[in-house]
Design a protein around this ligand. Sequence first.
Ligand code: H79
Length: 604
Amino acid sequence: MKNPSTRRVTCFLCVMALLAASAWSQSTTPDPQREQRIQWWRQARFGMFIHWGLYAVPAGEWKGKPIPGIGEWIMNRARIPVAEYEQLARQFNPVKFNAEEWVRLAKDAGMKYIVITSKHHDGFAMYGSKASSYNIVDATPFKRDPMKELAAACRKAGIRLCFYYSHAQDWHERDGAGNDWDFPPDPQKNFAKYFEEKAKPQVRELLANYGPLGLIWFDTPRLITKEQAVEITALVHKLQPSCLVSGRVGHNAGDYDSAGDNQISVGLVRRDWETPVTMNDTWGFKKDDHNWKSVPVLIRQLVRITSRGGNYLLNVGPTAEGEIPQPSVERLREIGQWLRVNGESIYGTSPNPFTYNLEWGFITTREGKLYLHLLDWPQKQLTVYGIRNKIRNAYLLADRGRKHLAFKQEGDPAIDFYSTSIQLPVAPPDKYDSIIALEIRGGPNVLPALAQQPSGTISLEAHLADVHKATSGSVIAFDPRGVVTGWVDARDWLSWDFRIFRPGTYDLIALTTLRRMPRAAGPEWQGGHRMLVEVAGKQLRSTMSEDGRFVDPSNPLMTYVTSKLGQVTIDKAGAFQLALKAESMEGQGKLGLALAAVRLVPAK
Ligand code: H79
């Protein structure tokens, strides 16, 4: 048995990569109040993130120079003195802002909640604040409170309004975290003073003046102590007991987990989590960022996250005039059209009942139904292994007539082999994701074991490995993406139990990931490790080298490197174990291996 607690150990590489941006933990004690307040959020699955603030004025350019990086960070990246940045307020006059239009766009996109920046790290409040005059009502020619208008529009439309609030970083204030170009470095700050005098009063205002809120999305806890994180969470819950607190409040104090920015977990279910995602490469508007994700990629992300039990918080960055960029509008409308037909397979669904990812697409479920999401339309039929439910009916969700699809269930219970084949029309009914609905009785019942797929491939995903630590000091662990990182001790090893239904010869391939540490020096990938695979009574030795690379478009922060580990013949069906060991680990103490999977692929 795997001990779930070993899965939670945070690895140091990952902590470094995510420190600034994420909070990933498992809620320990069931809390009935939390269960109550999170109900709507579990149903919602899809929300709109809005990054809107003074940074939309420079829109990525300062004094004629483009400033690299995310747009809302321009004050920090260009080291703009407070006295200069403040002047932007006088130019901020978003006369084209129309709360009802924004809310309608979110609603038409199928989004159920809006999370908007009430104050980002630049310290500027986008609402009328009594606690600080550095706010949109008091400091801009606009003088209106857009949050009041959004609150009214959301109430009318039945959308939950939520506020992003940066509770630790505040580059406008001497004692807020982050600004070391006007003020002393963070360790010399009186953070408690900032927390008491600005953060807490402003959070009180947000909860008091805008009606019922869905959640407060805190971010980058930085200097926050555990006491402060617990305190501000309690403050939110005291003022609005049904208002959720995001995981990034810090110290595991929040109501749900937040994955890193743009970071989509491939494993790990049975918890509440959310990934915030940019539609291009910035959160706050940048005039030169045209790197828009395509609709197929966005829908794939939504489906991938939903199939793992998460929520998808998709960002738009309105301009300083108050308009949501047209490329965002177009994409949201397309997603909305898809959801109008297929929303049943998203809202309020439960995750993929298999612990592993399917090679042909994604699964979501609800009582009595399995939804098979086909983002790449197969030829004539789809075969799925491992479904033990008796299927009562099959049809395409996009087919209003619900024409019955022919299907066949067969197998060999002696080897736990269950195969379901469904006949499909030649053309997909949807250009993005066609969904087969399978009617079953009750909940899903699938083979729990990691097993061979219809293509013949067995994908031993890292997040399903048994981890064998050499010492109690081993830092090998699962990271929030489902990757095993911190494998720097050659004596640590991994193993998987799996089922084979079709004997044959297999190429063994390791999938490792590039390191993602923007500020750290060193190689993004390192090979040279000497590996030993033990499987089906055989030993295979190899040296890790880069044989190929690929990116999964729906998971843009994961670039995979493939490495051949050898070839093995397995001559009978049944249960097997594969052990992956390192005989030597290069770059000891530094990089080690970041393993996403080992695949057994039928040899040609
Ligand atoms: O609000 C969005 C981001 O501004 C915020 N989280 C999302 C939702 C966020 N705050 N911090 N981070 C994300 C981590 C930021 C890291 C970086 Fe940078 C900012 C990488 C590039 C710019 C800081 C400056 C680190 C390197 C340069």
